[in-house]
Design a protein around this ligand. Structure first.
Ligand SMILES: [Zn+2]
Length: 150
């Protein structure tokens, strides 16, 4: 049973070893280790498989003309269906809110409106008239109305 020359390299060190990103001393040490250590040898093999699979991935190109098709749809006012429905619902709710506010304003206006004028007596009419003329006698409750005849 051979003794392992080094501690087990971690996954990131194995990855750096594959990429050639280790110092010469570490590269030699890891190479010696993975030859002697079956577990690290398996891990290195798995890493090599993953990196070669990634390297063979082709870049995905969009189909020709997709950008102009998207631009046409945006220019035509295309929106996702769900967004359109949300906007419609929002508009309905807004309209309902405006109607409710209008009803509220009308009822407040009716409430604030003065009651219809009650029929006033001749005395009250004179007093109101004197109050309007800032007559000091206007706080009397009764008046003697003089009729002057020429
Ligand atoms: Zn090992």
């Amino acid at each position: 049973m051979s003794t392992l020359p080094e501690r087990h390299p971690g996954g990131s060190e194995l990855s750096s070893y594959l990429d050639g990103g280790l110092s010469d001393r570490r590269t030699k040490a890891v190479a010696r280790h993975v030859e002697a250590c079956p577990a690290c040898g398996r891990e290195l093999a798995a890493l090599r498989k993953v990196s070669s699979a990634l390297a063979s991935q082709e870049e995905v190109e969009p189909r020709p003309g997709w950008l102009s098709r998207v631009q046409e749809q945006v220019a035509a006012g295309a929106r996702p269906a769900s967004t359109a429905r949300i906007r419609h619902r929002l508009r309905l709710r807004l309209a309902g809110g405006i109607a409710a506010v209008a009803v509220g304003l009308v009822s407040v206006g009716l409430w604030l409106a003065p009651p219809p004028p009650a029929p006033v007596s001749f005395q009250d009419e004179v007093r109101q008239h004197l109050v309007q003329m800032s007559n000091p006698l206007s706080d009397q409750t009764s008046y003697v109305v003089e009729a002057r005849y020429p």
